[in-house]
Design a protein around this ligand. Structure first.
Ligand SMILES: C[S@@+](CC[C@H](N)C(=O)[O-])C[C@H]1O[C@@H](n2cnc3c(N)ncnc32)[C@H](O)[C@@H]1O
Length: 371
């Protein structure tokens, strides 16, 4: 197979992909085996994550593998002897995965060609990757049930418009939560998705512990640990809440109860990252997007433990009618003034803080006037 295919390299893995592959943007179904170059960053992060999490002898599944880009990279670049299974129900994809496995001397990788839900119904895995077109909703229940105790599921969602609040009715149908437009809608969208995983797992007396949940480009990605136990499931459920936002005062936060019918939720109010995991994750030079990975790791480490619902410099500027100062200088000023403050990966012009909106606006006015 080479006519109509191009060879690309990600990390240290070579891949044959359709010549007409998607170079930019979210990528769409083309009728060919799917490959999106822009997702290389997300796959680099998967490799960095797998290097910390995978253990010898585990069963690791890339359930929607397409060209095999993600699963083969995990098998080739994480340095772990495990049982890697790559699946896609499209026969052309399965044939291409096999070819790409051989190209990288990964003959031990098992290739399956079936519906992911039937594969998950018959087998247990320690790691399940679900990277669909659009919403992951079709696969979540079967992935949650098939995941071993202490295992991890990694889920991508590209149905961002419903989760951001552009299509709240679609969001409600899919995730049973109200989404709402706000300056921090990227964060509420991610928390709705994470909260959905928490509630669905709880139905099976299983708890979800977020390890690494983030927003990037045009998608959300959640890596969560699955732990057995009704008591643990109950304590995860206790961290569900509703995001409130007052457009007049800019006050925001997460409340355990719904306070108005405009609140977003139910959604996850707890941590989105494991501090220990982030401390050990390293962006090594072999990754194609090493510089971007390194930068984002730094930002994630800064925002670990910060309160939910970030602020945007633009909203502060609009409210005070004062031009925004440099973000890093303002964050440093807030820290000097005794507040908790950090950048956030959700928005290059966003910040997280434990100040109320009123306190933050006062600091902003003082600081912006001196610039
Ligand atoms: C977005 S692509 C996966 C991209 C891939 N993970 C990567 O990093 O390049 C989704 C893939 O899921 C496959 N697929 C869709 N529904 C499926 C199902 N029910 N069972 C198995 N595979 C399915 C499609 O054939 C397609 O190749």
């Amino acid at each position: 197979m080479s006519d109509g295919f191009a060879k690309v390299r990600e990390g240290i893995t070579d891949l044959l992909v359709p010549e007409s592959f998607c170079r930019k943007g979210p990528g769409t179904r083309t009728g060919e085996v799917f490959y999106n170059r822009q997702m290389e960053f997300g796959r680099d992060i998967s490799v960095v994550f797998g290097r910390e999490i995978f253990k010898e002898g585990q069963k690791i599944l890339d359930g929607l593998a397409a060209t095999g880009a993600r699963g083969l990279r995990l098998a080739n670049e994480c340095g772990v002897k495990a049982d890697f299974v790559l699946n896609d129900r499209d026969l052309r994809a399965a044939v291409l995965i096999k070819e790409n496995a051989e190209l990288n001397s990964l003959g031990h990788v098992k290739v399956q060609c079936c519906d992911l839900r039937s594969l998950l119904a018959g087998e247990q895995f320690d790691y399940i990757d679900v990277d669909p077109f659009g919403t992951p909703i079709d696969f979540i229940d079967s992935a949650l049930q098939s995941c071993a105790n202490g295992g991890v599921i990694a889920i991508t969602a590209t149905d961002t418009a419903p989760l951001y609040g552009t299509y709240p009715r679609t969001c409600f149908r899919r995730y049973g939560s109200r989404s709402a437009k706000s300056p921090f809608a990227h964060e509420t969208g991610l928390r709705i998705l994470t909260g959905y995983l928490v509630r669905e797992a709880a139905k099976h007396d299983r708890a979800v512990e977020p390890l690494l949940c983030f927003h990037a480009d045009h998608y959300f990605r959640c890596y969560v640990k699955i732990i057995n136990g009704a008591v643990k499931a109950d304590s995860a459920i206790k961290k569900m809440g509703f995001a409130t936002f007052d457009r007049k005062t800019l006050e925001r936060g997460i409340s355990p109860e719904r306070l108005t019918d405009k609140d977003a939720g139910p959604l996850w109010s707890g941590p989105l990252f494991s501090k220990d995991l982030l401390r050990s994750m390293r962006a090594t030079g072999d990754l194609g997007t090493a510089a971007r990975c390194s930068k984002v790791l730094e930002t994630w480490r800064e925002e670990v433990g910060m309160p939910p619902c970030f602020f945007g410099m633009d909203e502060l500027a609009q409210k005070t009618k004062l031009a925004p100062p440099k973000l890093l200088e303002f964050v440093a000023h807030l820290v000097d003034a005794g507040a908790k403050a950090s950048r956030t990966h959700f928005d290059p012009k966003g910040l997280k803080t434990d100040l109320t909106a009123g306190e933050l606006l006062d600091e902003y006015k003082k600081f912006a006037k001196t610039r």
